[in-house]
Design a protein around this ligand. Structure first.
Ligand SMILES: Nc1nc2c(ncn2[C@@H]2O[C@H](COP(=O)(O)OP(=O)(O)OP(=O)(O)O)[C@@H](O)[C@H]2O)c(=O)[nH]1
Ligand SMILES: [Mg+2]
Ligand SMILES: [Zn+2]
Length: 295
């Protein structure tokens, strides 16, 4: 007898999908009809499946997605945790700001985790992002320090970890979930970068309402909200500008080279961090140069 169940895809390997249901993990293939429709199940998808007695089954349909990322492929994320570090491989603020803006465009909550605080507490990064209203945590995944506050923030969500290779995403998950042993990689000492140890996205279930996804390093991570970001709406993705922009002289001020711009004044006073404004300008000119973003 086949039973119909709904569950979440935790992992997909070689045409098999591991679906978490209330009767356990079911190993599924996608039904031929889905493939014909060109529908690819993603990790994170909520799916309806038909289960056999031996806990194998078929994915019948993919339920509507809240959001979806293409590289790495993952759906229905509640939060993106950007893992950063001031110790090698040092994270560039522009990368952080791009991910934060794109996630915000998709309506996905963002938090920032400064890892490797045993080597460098990342004071500058902490100050910059604390001033944006984004939640910032400081941890050492290696020494298992500072984890409680971050863990509390994960409750009730599917959180995808992202960040440049070698920043410690997999080490952090191993520290947060003692039952898990993900593979981690050394930093290449010559170039000070990670080695892209994690190659696939995988969701780990921390508890009944807490899910964490390990993902490959940042270079493979693109958020498809790109094409929805325009010169007009870009500033709405920088919450640290909000309290100043009502005082701009021009309605609809783009905060680029305009006189009477209260955002530029705030940058000059140090009330908005220079690196944040630099990222804004860089994204703005990227949009100008590419009238229609392509994937
Ligand atoms: N000093 C220090 N080293 C750490 C910390 N966390 C991770 N590392 C080290 O950083 C290196 C990379 O860690 P990973 O967890 O593999 O990094 P990752 O972000 O998963 O990298 P990719 O899978 O390549 O994207 C390893 O040598 C870890 O031991 C930390 O808190 N402090
Ligand atoms: Mg990894
Ligand atoms: Zn302005």
């Amino acid at each position: 007898m086949n039973e119909i169940k709904t569950g979440r895809i935790l992992k997909g390997i070689g045409g098999f999908y591991y679906v978490d249901t209330d009767i356990g993990i079911v190993t599924c293939r996608a039904r031929g009809k889905l493939r014909k429709l060109g529908e690819t199940p993603y990790v994170g998808d909520s799916v309806n499946i038909s289960v056999h007695n031996d806990m194998t089954g078929y994915i019948l349909e993919i339920n509507e997605r809240k959001n979806v990322m293409i590289r790495p492929p993952i759906a229905n994320i509640d939060m993106i945790a950007i893992i950063v570090s001031k110790a090698p491989p040092c994270t560039d603020t522009y990368f952080i700001d791009r991910i934060a803006a794109m996630a915000t465009k998709k309506g996905i909550e963002v938090c920032i985790v400064i890892n490797k605080c045993d080597e460098d507490i990342g004071q500058e990064l902490f100050d910059i992002y604390n001033s944006t209203g984004i939640s910032v945590f400081r941890v050492s995944a290696k020494n298992k320090e500072g984890l409680d506050e971050f863990k509390a923030h994960l409750a009730g969500k599917l959180t995808a970890l992202t960040g440049n290779s070698g920043v410690g995403k997999s080490t952090l998950i191993n520290a947060v979930l003692p039952s898990v042993t993900l593979q981690t990689g050394e930093i290449n000492e010559k170039i000070g970068r990670g080695r892209h140890t994690t190659r696939q996205v995988e969701i780990l279930k921390a508890s009944e309402d807490m899910w964490i996804a390990d993902t490959p390093g940042f270079s493979a991570f693109d958020i498809t909200a790109k094409e929805e970001i325009t010169k007009e709406n870009l500033k709405t993705l920088f919450p640290d500008f909000f309290e100043f922009e009502n005082d701009c002289q021009y309605i609809g001020c783009s905060h680029i080279n305009t006189s009477g711009c209260a955002v530029i004044d705030a940058v000059n006073r140090g009330d908005i961090r220079a690196s944040r404004y630099e990222s804004y300008k860089k994204m703005f000119s990227e949009i100008e140069e590419t009238p229609k973003y392509k994937r």
